[in-house]
Design a protein around this ligand. Structure first.
Ligand code: BTN
Length: 324
């Protein structure tokens, strides 16, 4: 049975959680045979999701933990062939790093319902409540040099922007290198961490934190004004499974493009950029520079024309201000 059917079945039960739904209605709405309904119920039960049934009705006793759903098979080439769901972890990046060190293959995704110690850039805390978002880390084992590490952050940010465009027809913007914004507020951050062997990358972990169903007042006070979630922007509860599946599909496609047509990938980044053509203030460690963001280099570095007229390539930093 196709995974789409299973996801649709579970989604339908979830939408009607605690209500008894007639088997006939399910059969008609989801176009399933009685035999298929039986096997779907069995598959949810096997995974510990509490489904009750009578001869005529079916119902969910509680709202299921969707990332524990076992049969989410994605039709991708390299990314997401293996998905390791956890209920609670300190940080999915830590688990993925440990697994990668033990030899875990490329494409494996670690995903958790919630993180106790979600990590952001520069050691910042990343708010990761249960049911609220996608907290996931992807293992890449590229045949490439350290110089290309930033590309992984950018192609992942691009995948996020593509996913929300395809699913909800909204245009997100990428604030180099690792933030994805909606209406000027951040709803997704990316943390890439790699292991190097001299100049080569042995593996790279891309951690993606995407706020899906978080309410404005839930965010820690310090970030409330500058954070948002898909639910806040779309004024509707969003299916995390749907966002996850589409995101992984785009990660897979971008990874392929990175190898086969990097120029096209660069063009796509440019089209979602929040900063190109704008004067910005960038912080790099303790120093700050101000200038016009004119382009990205092929390895994903930012090219800034300083106020002095000199062009500087910035390998990593954070954008402190965008002068509109
Ligand atoms: C940032 O914008 O500062 C980056 C945030 C990255 C958060 C994600 S959530 C999944 C993964 N695990 C972590 O501990 N961090 C990343």
């Amino acid at each position: 049975m196709s995974p789409d059917r299973k996801v649709r079945f579970l989604d339908y039960l979830k939408q009607n959680a605690n209500k008894k739904i007639s088997r006939i209605v399910i059969r008609d709405k989801l176009q399933l045979t009685p035999y298929e309904i039986e096997s779907l119920i069995q598959s949810l039960k096997n995974y510990g999701i509490s489904v009750s049934e009578s001869e005529t009705h079916i119902w969910l006793d509680s709202y299921p933990d969707i990332f524990t759903f076992p049969d989410l098979v994605l039709h991708t080439e390299a990314i997401g062939k293996k998905i390791l769901p956890f209920y609670e972890v300190a940080s999915t990046n830590d688990i993925a790093l440990r697994l990668a060190l033990q030899g875990e293959e490329q494409g494996t995704i670690v995903i958790a319902e919630r993180q106790r110690k979600g990590r952001g850039k520069s050691g910042a805390y990343w708010y990761s409540p249960s049911d609220g978002g996608l907290w996931m880390s992807v293992i890449f084992r590229p045949e490439t040099y350290v110089i290309n590490v930033e590309k992984f952050t950018l192609m992942s940010a691009l995948a996020v922007a593509q996913a929300v465009k395809e699913l909800f027809d909204i245009t997100a913007e990428i604030r180099w290198p690792n933030d994805v914004l909606l209406n000027g507020k951040k709803f997704c951050g990316i943390l890439s961490e790699g292991k190097l062997t001299s100049t080569r990358l042995e593996f790279i972990i891309v951690g993606i934190g995407l706020n899906v169903n978080i309410e404005a007042e839930e965010f820690p006070r310090a970030i409330q004004q500058k954070s948002t979630s898909l639910k806040l922007e779309l004024t509707d509860e969003i299916s995390r499974v749907e966002v996850f599946s589409n995101l992984v599909f785009n990660l897979d496609r971008n990874y392929k493009l990175m190898q086969e047509d990097p120029t096209r990938l660069l063009e796509l980044w440019r089209s979602y950029s929040r900063i190109l053509g704008k004067r910005i203030l960038v912080r790099m460690g303790l120093s700050e520079v101000r200038g016009l963001a004119i382009d990205y280099s092929p390895n994903g570095f930012l090219i800034l024309r300083l106020d002095s007229g000199i062009e500087e390539t910035i390998m990593s930093g954070s954008i402190v201000k965008i002068f509109e």
